[in-house]
Design a protein around this ligand. Structure first.
Ligand code: ADP
Ligand code: MG
Length: 570
């Protein structure tokens, strides 16, 4: 193995040469107790910056045993190091010359604490980082001196200042780890206590803006649980934590417009993840199999059995195996629910703001005007109880507009001035005095028809390229010749998750969909392989910009592929 000194010399020698000469620096370099690995060199200054892996052995990283003892602690510690490294690399970046010359960067985490390929911490305390460096050039001529400074001075300084325990604020790291461990412990208590979510008193739920997920800074009304739903859960570090327990069953969130209903539901959606200290949602936790479902007109639907919600269509299409390239509000929402159930969702989260009205409710007057045979939709209100009673799937639904839902609710929470009140009894009393007069529709719940995917239909090829996957943003992926729009997949929170599911979809084609199993079994095999081999397994180049994902988000990606086809069932 060469040393960093040798790398500096080599880089200076390359000064003035054409950019491709950089290829020669690929390899491993020994430095102050750790290894810098130039894994891939960009082809030109405008291409994705070069990939660098940093392997820090336990003795050099110096992480104390408490930081790595459990998987949750390793994830929290890695997340903490990742944030420090992102800040240090940003400070060390020296934009110069052409393209991304002089840029140093690593994945920048959001408010959630996720497992990521960008920084990983092993059980023995080894630290691995996957980052990027834009090798400097003027035009297409190598700037050797600048490259030497970047790779052998700035980069090591950032690494040593962010990944070595000795350089860190130990109290901040401890708070980070304890916050995550508390959230994990709170979440683990939900199921045994018959809860689907928990919102601690004092939590700050509103966000700075629709495009800024950090906490709102001023005027936040802290969460204050209603006595009837208050539970106290022990957390290993925070001690006894009081807050609102959302019970299994059908829960309504009602209240006037702008009183904080959607903000509460969004916090529950995100409660499947742990949050960084100071986020406001550190102690808002939801069971991991809770899935947000919403309307998404225009989406693709591939062979989903939506017949429990959508019966005979005027076009005569088979809704037990429904295909469309342009779903309506109601068919898209029905598909989203069935797709979640197909993967074993235990809780469905719905908000009237993002639901199709005719999917949610058909009132007595509309029932009287439009005869059953002309209305294919069985509204969600008629399925909510069956989901709970027959499939043991809980539902949390925001409905400010329809009191008919009182008839199917187990629990009703009213938001008033951002404060929750428990109003189940009042809602029952209202339902008893003001009868809805609507008739239940839809009959018995019919078991869902399973799907098997034709692997050949997962096709990312484009022109001569067998695989062309470009992740444009959190919500948009060019997958071969088609755009995959993930704007309605609201529990996808980091672009690195989007990248991971896009590549996992292709990986699944080659490794998981070849067998005879159904869709859920194939996806479970992907998740199992990621758990066994790590996130980079889904990507051909083991890049750092990958983050953990659930089976639901992987399915959501595949379900939105415009090319997806089914195999014939035996
Ligand atoms: P609803 O769904 O009931 O119409 P929203 O949840 O959309 O209301 O909230 C309306 C506004 O109030 C949003 O701008 C949101 O950020 C803000 N808000 C929500 N909860 C709080 C709170 N606890 N403290 C301060 N502002 C809040
Ligand atoms: Mg709302």
């Amino acid at each position: 193995m060469k040393t960093l000194l040798a790398l500096a010399r080599d880089l200076r020698d390359l000064d003035g040469q054409g950019y491709p000469a950089y290829k020669g620096i690929r390899g491993r370099y020994d430095t102050a107790g750790y290894v810098l690995h130039v894994e891939h060199v960009q082809g030109d200054p405008f291409a994705d910056p070069s990939r660098i892996r940093v392997d820090v052995p336990p003795a050099t990283a110096g992480l104390p045993a408490w930081t790595v003892r459990t998987a949750a602690r390793r994830r929290a510690t890695a997340d903490f190091l990742n944030r420090r490294l992102a800040a240090a690399l940003r400070d060390a970046s020296r934009p110069l010359g052409s393209g991304n010359s002089g840029e140093l960067r690593v994945l920048r985490p959001g408010q959630e604490v996720l497992a990521r390929a960008s920084v990983e911490v092993d059980g023995d305390g080894a630290v691995r980082a996957r980052l990027r460096a834009g090798l400097p050039a003027r035009g297409r001529r190598i700037q050797g001196e600048a490259a030497a400074a970047l790779l052998t001075e700035s980069l090591p300084a950032a690494v040593e200042g962010a990944l070595f325990y000795a350089a860190l604020d130990p109290e901040a790291l401890r708070t980070h780890v304890e916050t995550v461990e508390d959230a994990v412990a709170l979440r683990e208590q939900l199921e045994p206590r018959g809860l689907v979510a928990f919102v601690a008193d004092g939590a700050a739920l509103p966000r700075r803006s629709g495009v800024d997920d950090r906490p709102l800074e001023a005027g936040v009304v802290p969460f204050d649980s209603p006595a009837a739903l208050r539970v106290v859960l022990p957390a290993p570090h925070a001690g006894e934590v009081a807050g609102m327990g959302v019970p299994r069953g059908v829960t309504l969130i009602v209240g006037g417009g702008y009183h904080g209903k959607s903000t509460l539901l969004r916090a529950l959606e995100r409660g499947i993840y742990d949050h960084v200290p100071g986020d406001g949602r550190e102690r808002v936790v939801t069971v991991r199999d809770a899935v947000k479902v919403r309307a998404e007109d225009g989406r693709r639907i591939a062979g989903v059995d939506i017949s429990n919600f959508i019966g005979a269509l005027p076009s005569g299409e088979d809704t037990r195996r429904f295909f469309t390239d342009n779903a309506s509000g109601s068919t898209s929402q029905a598909a989203a629910i069935v797709e979640a159930l197909e993967l074993g969702a235990g809780v469905l989260l719905l908000d009237e703001d993002t639901s199709a009205t005719n999917f949610m409710i058909r009132d007595a007057r509309m029932q009287a005007l439009i005869a059953d045979e002309h209305e294919p939709i069985t509204p969600f209100i008629d399925r909510a109880r069956q989901l709970q009673d027959e499939l043991a799937v809980s539902v949390v639904v925001v409905v400010g507009g329809s009191g008919d839902y009182f008839d199917v609710a187990d629990t009703v929470v009213a938001m008033r001035n951002y404060r929750p009140e428990e109003v189940t009894e009042q809602a029952r009393a209202v339902a008893a005095t003001l009868a809805t007069r609507r008739r239940p529709e839809g009959g018995a719940w019919r078991p869902l028809r399973g799907r098997r995917i034709d692997p050949a239909s997962i096709d990312a090829s484009r022109g001569k390229r067998a695989s062309a996957i470009r992740v444009r943003s959190l919500d948009r992926v060019d997958f071969g010749e088609h755009l995959v729009d993930l704007g309605a997949v609201e529990q996808l929170v980091e672009v690195a998750q989007t990248r991971a599911v896009a590549h996992a979809a292709e990986w699944a084609r080659d490794h998981a969909f070849q067998g005879t199993g159904g869709f859920p079994e194939a996806l479970a095999a992907v998740l199992a392989e990621v758990a066994r081999s790590g996130l980079p397994v889904v990507h051909p180049h083991a890049i750092g910009e990958l983050a953990e994902f659930r089976i639901f988000e992987l399915a959501a990606f595949l379900n939105r592929l415009r090319t997806l086809r089914l195999r014939e069932l035996p």
